[in-house]
Design a protein around this ligand. Structure first.
Ligand SMILES: [Zn+2]
Ligand SMILES: [Zn+2]
Length: 328
């Protein structure tokens, strides 16, 4: 029932976007010029906004508190930043309060999803956090994430390793995940690095102390985001270095369920992956984005390392009915 409603909404959104885009094309360009030349004519007087639609704060597995992240985003020359912590909206309020002049905030989240045993991430933008169906699913995922981390700590403790739940929770600050258990293992000198903790002897996937997590089917995830008035973009779809990735057939299913776009310009994609995703997006009528996937000191990538085009950003904003973009 829920899915049928969400699917209908998805179709409605797609129809609306077609119209909105057409209106933009007509109104943005001077009528005496072919539209292709419009952007180059405007460039000298109107510099493109710098838009980064994928960042993590300390509300999930980043190291930068949300308020500081907003300041750093502006200092990095961004005009628009999306805060997309894993499976949580906990950083939104602090980010909103600290929003500096000249920076627009897109409230979002990166949802942990799965398909056929493959883990994948879905960026959800500008959804209504109080929409009951999506809110209930997010709550279940959050609870299961905590229970899973607790179980892994229990398994470690049962083998005599001195890791405690209190310590892991303190290291996390926000949503608890495997990186925080890894940090605890490092703190006790049991592993040399976070990477070592993610090996089979420890908490690596299907490893000795690893516990499977409950995940949302990605097609259901797309429907839930759209049903809450949000816009869904598939995060790093071609990041094959991280693990197994889904095929184009799954991306087509996601598109049919209301997916808006593919994150193409991402640090984990090489040039051939980007070219393939760009062609696939064109074929499926999806927009493309580029983002840093900033994690503070947990990863090397800097804010604004990859950017989203103004056209894609404007379409995301036009599609969203859940929340507005915030500006100070
Ligand atoms: Zn991700
Ligand atoms: Zn991310």
């Amino acid at each position: 029932m829920l899915h049928a409603q969400a699917a209908d909404l998805g179709k409605g959104e797609v129809g609306k976007v077609g119209k909105v885009t057409a209106v933009h094309a007509v109104t943005l360009g001077p009528p005496w010029l072919p539209w292709e030349t419009t952007s180059s004519c405007l460039e000298p007087t109107l510099p493109a906004r710098r838009i980064d639609l994928h960042t993590h704060s300390s509300a999930s597995d980043g190291t930068t508190p949300p308020a500081q992240l907003m300041r750093e985003a502006r200092e990095a020359g961004l005009d628009v930043v999306a805060l997309t912590d894993h499976d949580t909206t906990a950083g939104w309020q602090d980010a909103e309060r600290a929003l500096p002049a000249g920076l627009s905030l897109v409230r979002g989240s990166e949802l942990s999803c799965s398909r056929g045993g493959i883990s994948l991430h879905l960026l959800a933008y500008l959804f209504d956090p109080d929409e009951p169906d999506f809110a209930a699913v997010r709550r279940t995922l959050r609870d299961s994430r905590v229970a899973r981390a607790q179980r892994m700590v229990d398994l470690l403790a049962a083998d005599g390793h001195p890791v405690t739940w209190e310590q892991v929770r303190a290291l996390a600050g926000g949503t608890v995940g495997r990186p925080h258990i890894a940090q605890a293992l490092m703190a006790h000198g049991l592993v040399d690095s976070v990477n070592d903790a993610f090996m089979p002897d420890w908490i690596g996937t299907r490893g000795r102390y690893w516990v499977a997590k409950a995940e949302l089917d990605v097609v259901d995830g797309v429907r839930l985001v759209v049903g809450a008035g949000g816009v869904a973009v598939f995060a790093h779809p071609g990041a094959s270095k991280r693990g197994r990735i889904v095929g184009d057939d799954v991306i087509a299913l996601m598109a049919a369920a209301g997916l808006a776009g593919l994150e193409v310009d991402h640090v984990d994609h090489d040039e051939s992956e980007r070219a393939h995703l760009r062609a696939l997006a064109a074929e499926l009528g999806l927009l493309t984005t580029g983002s840093s996937d900033f994690h503070g000191d947990n990863k090397e990538v800097r804010l604004g390392a990859h950017l989203t085009s103004e056209a894609s950003y404007d379409e995301i904003v036009a599609r969203a009915t859940g929340l507005p973009v915030l500006a100070a």
